[in-house]
Design a protein around this ligand. Structure first.
Ligand code: B1H
Length: 827
């Protein structure tokens, strides 16, 4: 076994250590030229832009490796607790700028490249996005990984190295078309393959009981199919490079790449089939956000990366702790990012009991102390359950273990006096619609801490989905409100604002984002406000240019940029925004006497390929844009833009350029939201419902600086229980009725195209679009009035940036470290 970075210090090193790289621009310029020549084989005269990108990346990477190896030897020496974050998704985006800024190399790299007349800003845009996630959940994992490195936690991300990440979206004839994404096509300079770090993963087969005289019977799982999980490591650079952690992604390979017997006997295709079958596990990310795929391949993916990660964690622990597994919970915390890795609870028990020979009770105690679980949604359609028969066929031993855990939990509950219905509510098996394993329940009982991602969401968890569990184990559920990393979501995406804040209060806020509150007192300073709004305008000009290039739509950068970008989902209510857009279009034309304020409505987001209504919403957005943008009667007052292929790097362009941030989900349904935080940090005002983290944003930003409207979560629940239709509301509101009529009567595309969306409102107004329309419309008009008073708007914008520090993922991570992981920071 050769030494992986984390094993540094393991082997006696005879060779002299290379000297760490120097960070001045001359050294960088020299090394970039060397990389270009000797790693890429080009000379500066013939190098293409991609060659330069690769050369810069490799030169920067050398510096990361220096820090990485140093962090890894510190890990070994300190023996501090390790935090392992298991997540099916890491929505990383680009890494070059992140690395350059965190290492403090911006100036040096810029200068080094200018010597060759190469522009670093341009090179950075050539890097493909690592889109190994769907949306908020995956991006949160990426922010947390960066924050763990920045606050000094020994953090390990564990996930899947998908060959194809989230699909690329094109809009053809107004409709979404999905194209495969191929981020690895030109290689990936950020990853290091660790072939020596591989584990066998089993599927199917049988469990046999082994009875030996004088010993308790043992269960042995003999899988029918075995696949290899191979590690690929990516360094995660924290702020100032003080700590570099590891993101370990697993790739599936066949144990025998080619079945030699079959190959030799002439069955060339058959010989390769097994390899293909194995590799298929890590080929593609499932593109359903907050909705369960339910396919067998998905369960295979979940078990594959869970088992590989646990085997790796146990191997490491045994090696470092004299082979003693009883100390595992003192040395490791494992965070389950939603239920996607929840099978880990059963797999950990199998590894401890069957493979390492520990007793059941001790193993169960270890398991509960090691694991904790984050819930990210209460939507019933997203709660993971698997058919018992599928589970049994694929993971027979894990299924037995789940039954055994279930029996124990039910015993505990009955002892505490729970009766029939309450007991079936906590059973790990849903006996209702065909027998299914409840993954949320498995994650709950196997964890010592369970958290929601905003205050409201956590309260709803206690009252609804986990109500019975909460009664039984009232100390387990706690809140950990989400956050976003201020490095990527301020310093990297908004250099103009970063420079302005630095000029005003000094650079201390870069080390400690809470210091950004220092600009609060400048909100009333006309000079500062003007500079603040000038930065905003420059960012809007940058976005306007992209809109022009990609869509040939000309927008006025001085108009209000009103932005809703996120996954397309009925509960997020892009449809409400579109109905308001159409109503505004009608009103502008019928009331030219009113002082309408120029607006650009900007939308972006992907629909799950099988989600018909979400795809209809995209079609409508594009239809509405086409008609309104072509109508000269509203030209300077209203434009509508749908930007295709929303991803992390597009978000980095959009967030700093927004005046108004749309966070308008039906209350009670958005667990937290994190885009809401990115917008406000960059000085956009929010129009939003009392949902998810908006509630806490209101507390921090203050009610004068945020625009809250609509039904509360409790009111939504009550209306839903009554089953109220939208008909009466629509009939009473000419503005709403007019907008819905023009949508269904074919003003935007052929008549009837959107009947399904519109008819739903008249019937059961499930997403409260009719119910919330009037409040939304009125709040938008209040914003029109405010926009006319640019001083007042600017003051509120400054206050938003000044008051968002609490929503840093550094704060979230410190809370996890203290309350859940009991892990030290600053190691
Ligand atoms: C969130 C998901 C999700 N919640 C299933 N749940 C998935 C569920 O592929 N799947 O099967 C994928 C994703 N994603 C989001 O998490 C919430 O909707 C947001 O409100 C929240 O901000 C984010 C991070 O906590």
């Amino acid at each position: 076994e050769t030494a992986a970075p984390e094993d540094a210090g393991d082997v006696a090193v005879a060779a002299p250590k290379p000297t760490p790289r120097r960070n001045d621009s001359a050294s960088l310029a020299k090394e970039i030229a060397e990389k270009l020549t000797y790693a890429i084989g080009k000379d500066p005269a013939t190098a293409r832009r991609h060659d330069w990108l690769e050369a810069v990346t490799l030169a920067v990477r050398d510096r990361i490796v220096d820090h990485w190896l140093a962090s890894n030897s510190r890990n070994v020496q300190s023996g501090a607790k390790r935090v392992c974050y298991l997540s099916m998704e890491f929505l990383i985006g680009r890494l070059l700028r992140d690395a350059i800024i965190n290492l403090g190399l911006s100036e040096a790299v810029r200068d080094a490249l200018s010597a060759y007349d190469v522009d670093i800003d341009l090179l950075e845009t050539l890097e493909p996005d690592a889109a190994l996630g769907n949306g908020g959940l995956g991006r949160l994992a990426a922010c947390f990984a960066e924050s763990m490195a920045s606050v000094g936690i020994q953090g390990f991300g564990y996930g899947i190295r998908y060959v194809h990440g989230f699909f690329r979206q094109e809009i053809v004839g107004g409709e979404q078309v999905e194209l495969p994404e191929n981020w690895l096509a030109h290689g990936n300079p950020w990853e290091f393959e660790r072939r020596e770090r591989s584990f066998e993963i089993g599927f199917g087969g049988k469990v046999t009981t082994i009875e030996e005289a004088g010993k308790p019977p043992r269960q042995v799982w003999r899988p029918a199919e075995r696949i290899l999980a191979v590690a690929y490591d990516t360094p995660v650079v924290g702020w100032k490079g003080t700590r570099v952690n590891t993101l370990r992604l697993w790739s599936a390979q066949a144990l025998d790449p080619i079945l030699l017997d079959a190959f030799n006997s002439g069955d060339h295709i058959g010989a390769l089939l097994e390899a293909n079958r194995a590799q298929s596990i890590t080929q593609v990310l499932y593109p359903a956000d907050s909705h369960l795929a339910g396919q067998e391949l998905r369960l295979r993916q979940e078990f594959f990366f869970s088992s590989a990660s646990l085997q790796d964690i146990i191997r490491h622990h045994l090696k470092r702790n004299g082979g003693d597994l009883s100390t595992l919970p003192d040395k490791v915390s494992i965070q389950l990012n939603d239920t996607h890795p929840a099978v880990s609870v059963a797999e950990m028990m199998r590894l401890l009991v069957d493979v390492h020979g520990l007793g059941w009770d001790e193993s169960w105690d270890i398991t509960k102390r090691v694991f904790s679980y984050t819930n990210h949604t209460l939507l019933p359609e997203a709660l993971e359950t698997w058919p018992v028969n599928l589970f049994e066929r694929l993971l027979p031993r894990q299924m037995q273990i789940i039954y055994a855990i279930n029996a124990q939990i039910i015993r505990e509950a009955t002892q505490k006096g729970l009766d029939g219905a309450k007991v079936s509510a906590i059973s790990l098996i849903d006996e209702g619609s065909g027998r299914r394993v409840r993954m949320g329940s498995l994650a709950f009982v196997g964890s010592h801490a369970i958290n929601g991602v905003s205050a409201l969401h956590t309260e709803l968890m206690k009252k609804t989905v986990f109500n019975q569990f909460h009664e039984l184990y009232p100390e387990r559920i706690q809140n950990k409100t989400n956050g976003v990393t201020p490095r990527r979501w301020l310093l990297e995406c908004n250099p103009g604002l970063t420079d302005l804040v630095t000029e005003a209060i000094g650079p201390g806020f870069k080390d400690d984002i809470t210091k950004i509150s220092g600009i609060d007192k400048l909100a009333d300073d006309a000079g500062f406000r003007e500079k603040f709004m000038a930065v905003k305008l420059a960012n809007k000009q940058r976005l306007a240019k992209t809109i022009e290039e990609r869509l040939a739509i000309t927008v006025d950068p001085t108009a209000m940029f009103d932005v809703q970008v996120k996954r397309i989902h009925e509960y997020k209510r892009q449809f409400l925004n579109l109905v308001e857009t159409v109503a505004l279009y009608d009103q502008i034309r019928s009331h030219p006497e009113i002082a309408w304020q120029p607006r650009v409505k900007i939308f972006a987001g992907k629909a799950a390929p099988s989600y018909a209504n979400a795809k209809q919403i995209i079609h409508l957005a594009n239809d509405v844009a086409r008609v309104i943008n072509a109508d000269p009667s509203v030209q300077n007052l209203l434009k509508v833009v749908f930007l295709p292929n929303y991803n992390v790097s597009l978000a980095e362009l959009i967030m700093p350029a927004a005046d108004l941030s749309e966070q308008i989900s039906t209350a009670g349904l958005e667990a937290s939201g994190t885009g809401n935080m990115k917008f406000a940090l960059n000085g956009a005002l929010t129009i939003g419902t009392l949902d998810g983290a908006n509630v806490e944003m209101l507390e921090h930003i203050g009610e004068d600086n945020i625009f809250i409207f609509g039904l509360t979560a409790a009111e939504v629940a009550a209306r839903r229980a009554e089953g109220q239709s939208g008909r009466e509301i629509i009939d009473a509101s000419p503005i709403l009725k007019g907008a819905l009529d023009s949508i269904s009567h074919g003003v935007f595309g052929e008549p009837g195209r959107y009947n399904n969306l519109v008819d739903n409102l008249y019937g059961n107004d499930w997403w409260m679009i009719a119910a919330d329309f009037e409040a939304y419309w009125q709040t938008q008009r209040r914003l029109d009035a405010l926009w006319q008073d640019s001083d007042a708007w600017g003051t509120k914008a400054v206050r938003n940036t000044a008051r968002m520090a609490w929503f840093s993922s550094d704060r979230s991570i410190r809370e996890y470290a203290k309350d859940i992981w009991d892990a030290p920071t600053s190691v």
